[in-house]
Design a protein around this ligand. Structure first.
Ligand SMILES: NC(=O)c1ccc[n+]([C@@H]2O[C@H](COP(=O)([O-])OP(=O)(O)OC[C@H]3O[C@@H](n4cnc5c(N)ncnc54)[C@H](O)[C@@H]3O)[C@@H](O)[C@H]2O)c1
Length: 350
């Protein structure tokens, strides 16, 4: 019998990737999947040999053979379903963003504490070997004090399925910033090892999706919303308590050459680092400029490179949690502040 038995809540686009990773862990099994869309739940169950297909999450949460749940539903359902799962005594691996806002996220964190269950946000970018290497280099002091970071995820035409829940403020809470900006922000703060912001200035724009442009068609949910009322581009400057600044761009659609650009560029007193380019910029003893490619940073902390394996290993006591609830709350508060600043035109102090 598998050590950790999972229930999946939501059988959409991302659940398939998670199911594949769970299937690849020797001590995990998927025992049930719940989705109001019977065809999507059935298709996932057939592909991964899941015995129980359920129409409602409640039917999954009352089962005694479910130890942990993975929640991958529209953002407006993150907090209510994660809270329900925790109140039923299940451990929760929750998709990003944490919730619609920090108030909701705080309620989920309290439910985890009250029920003494493990709650973790599924921040997959943290397990990317490039991010793991960058974290190790910063921790070792190889860059000196890092005072500036440029983090960005910009697509030319990559709006998830226009008209689905992704592009409705009521169902998603926000657009590109909550969908992909959250990843680069979370990974950046993780690499820096610093989650304490001092202030935030942000701006958000809706310039493509509202004109029916920029569709990238990610996601499996129906196109059932008429109004596109989320950001397809957002930008922010985040000033950390240490004095370091982070500039963040998130674009679902933009007039640019590249189909997709995802980057975290760190600038320290002793060296600079292009995280995904795996390049270190330094000056040698004779003061000449050097670029080093493919840096060794020792063995990876998480060689499986998987948030899903990490979560299972945490439940089994084999790994210490690397994505903490406190960190995820800090990220959500920054996202809230970016939207507040975008709306008011003023800096938000945190
Ligand atoms: N970590 C990542 O890189 C990543 C990537 C994509 C999506 N996501 C996140 O995962 C979540 C799901 O996104 P997706 O791309 O799979 O969307 P999707 O639209 O493809 O799937 C969402 C699924 O949720 C189902 N659903 C709705 N209400 C439900 C309920 N009450 N109970 C059970 N299922 C319900 C829908 O029927 C649908 O099948 C979102 O929060 C999204 O932000 C994360």
């Amino acid at each position: 019998m598998a050590a950790i038995r999972f229930g999946l809540i939501g059988a959409g686009g991302i659940a398939e990737y998670t199911a594949r990773e769970l299937a690849g862990h020797p001590d995990a099994a998927i025992v049930a999947v719940a989705d109001p869309s019977e065809p999507r739940a059935r298709a996932l169950a057939d592909r991964f040999g899941v015995p129980a297909v359920l129409a409602h999450h409640e039917a999954l949460l009352v089962r005694d053979d479910v130890d942990a749940v993975y929640v991958a539903v529209p953002n407006s359902l993150h907090a209510p379903l994660a809270c329900a799962a925790l109140e039923h005594g299940k451990h929760v691996l929750l998709e990003k963003p944490f919730a619609m806002n920090a108030t909701e996220a705080t309620a989920v964190a309290a439910a985890a504490e009250r029920n003494d269950r493990v709650l973790m946000l599924g921040m997959n970018q943290r397990f990317d070997p490039a991010v793991q290497r960058a974290r190790a280099l910063v921790e070792q002091g190889s860059l000196g004090a890092v005072y500036h970071t440029r983090a960005f995820w910009r697509r030319r035409a990559g709006i998830p399925r226009i008209g689905s829940w992704f592009t409705s403020r009521a169902a998603a809470g926000g657009g590109a910033l909550l969908d992909i900006g959250v990843h680069m922000l979370d990974a950046t703060l993780h690499i820096l090892g610093e989650f304490e912001p001092a202030s935030v200035t942000g701006a958000a724009f809706t310039r493509f999706g509202n004109r029916g442009l920029g569709d990238g068609s990610w996601g499996r949910s129906e196109r059932s919303f008429d109004t596109f009322d989320v950001d397809d581009f957002a930008t922010a400057l985040i000033r950390m308590k240490s004095g370091a600044v982070v500039s963040l761009d998130a674009a679902w659609a933009l007039h640019q050459e590249a189909m997709e650009e995802r980057g975290i560029e760190l600038y320290g007193e002793d060296a600079g680092l292009s995280v995904f380019g795996n390049r270190l910029y330094q000056r040698d003893a004779d003061r000449s400029f050097v670029t080093r490619q493919g840096l060794p940073a020792g063995p990876l902390a998480f060689p499986h490179a998987s948030r899903v394996h990490h979560f299972v290993n945490v439940l089994l006591g084999r790994e210490a949690p690397v994505v903490t609830v406190a960190q995820s709350l800090a990220v959500q508060r920054i996202l809230d502040a970016i939207y507040t600043s975008a709306r008011t035109g003023a800096e938000v102090r945190l």
